[in-house]
Design a protein around this ligand. Structure first.
Ligand code: NAD
Length: 290
């Protein structure tokens, strides 16, 4: 396939490289002028999408996505697919899909989980929203860049799944960290805490697979000085997207709201920027109730 790839950052560059390695003809564009192995550089977004069967975007946010989409949609060939893999707000995902479909294109919102490690290894999970025809066109590319793709529903459904998942993740990480900090103050050994909770009803991915306590459980960013992993500021971005979606859908999400406030305080008012999102544990450790 002929593929245009826009946004060659930490995630986009290895994803584009994997498509090229698999034999696709990939032309890439990034405003930062990045070059990627096997990917033909373009001097503009329009140049990257001209003649492409599929255009993939991997951009920082919804405003940038909307701007790039408005620029490239008129230059895309009829019947081509616009596949956005960025994490953006549901409203932007739906607006871009509407604009693409009105121009005779297929559209998929397909945010990913798996981080830069998964992007490099080609083991991402894609959660996709769009028509059956659009998903079918993108699926062979998801198979190269990832290990699993779930077609979640119509336009916006991929972003909806992503932010609901990450709202659970943020809330659960906070709960796990505050429970460890309480256990410390009650004189409970962290290893014993892990042994009990990881096999009891308090178990979760954050406890069992990504334990925030150093030296306890499987290897995680806690064992590497809380170097990300999944940075606290990216968790904050996703929690804000979930609150924005909850506002627009009139959903009551009190735990998600508090989680967004706590990560905002941690990243913007304290020392959380650049730390893994599990560094909530040392944050709680230092604090009392006051
Ligand atoms: P990044 O900042 O490394 O990459 C974004 C790239 O987009 C940059 O290289 C930037 O120069 C480029 N860009 C910005 N505006 C542009 C424009 N108008 N035209 C062309 N290129 C432009 O970010 P990333 O870590 O690669 O993340 C990309 C997306 O993936 C984000 O939406 C993020 O939330 C999501 N995501 C990231 C991770 C992760 O672990 N990094 C995991 C899952 C999802």
């Amino acid at each position: 396939m002929k593929i245009g790839f826009i946004g060659l950052g930490n995630m986009g560059a290895p994803m584009a490289a994997n498509l090229a390695k698999a034999g696709h003809d990939v032309t890439g564009f990034d405003t930062a002028g990045v070059s990627v192995d096997g990917v033909t550089p373009a001097t503009s977004a329009v140049e990257a999408v001209t003649g492409a069967d599929v255009v993939i975007t991997m951009l920082p946010n919804g405003a940038i996505l909307r701007a790039v989409a408005s620029e490239v949609i008129p230059a895309m060939s009829a019947g081509a697919a616009l596949v956005d893999c960025s994490t953006v707000d549901v409203d932007s995902a739906r607006a871009v899909a509407d604009e693409a479909e009105a121009a005779g294109l297929l559209a998929v919102d397909a945010p990913v989980s798996g981080g830069t490690g998964g992007a490099t290894a080609g083991t991402l999970t894609f959660m996709a929203g769009g028509s059956d025809a659009a998903f079918a066109k993108a699926e062979p590319l998801f198979d190269i860049m990832g290990q699993k793709a779930v077609h979640c529903g119509a336009a916006g459904a991929g972003q909806a799944a992503k932010i609901c998942n990450n709202m659970i993740l943020g809330v659960t990480m906070i709960a796990t960290c505050e429970a460890f900090a309480l256990a410390d103050k009650l004189g409970l050994d962290r290893q014993k805490m892990f042994d009990v909770v990881s096999t009891s009803s308090g178990y979760s991915w954050t406890m069992n697979a990504y334990c925030p306590a150093p030296g306890v459980g499987p290897q995680s960013p806690a064992d590497n000085g809380y170097k990300p992993g999944f940075a606290a500021e990216l968790m904050l971005k996703d929690l804000r997207l979930s609150q924005q979606a909850a506002e627009s859908a009139d959903a009551d999400t009190p735990m998600g709201k508090v989680a967004a406030e706590l990560y905002a305080q941690f990243v913007e008012g304290e020392d959380g920027k650049g730390m893994d999102f599990s560094a909530m544990l040392p944050r709680f450790e230092k604090r009392g109730r006051g």
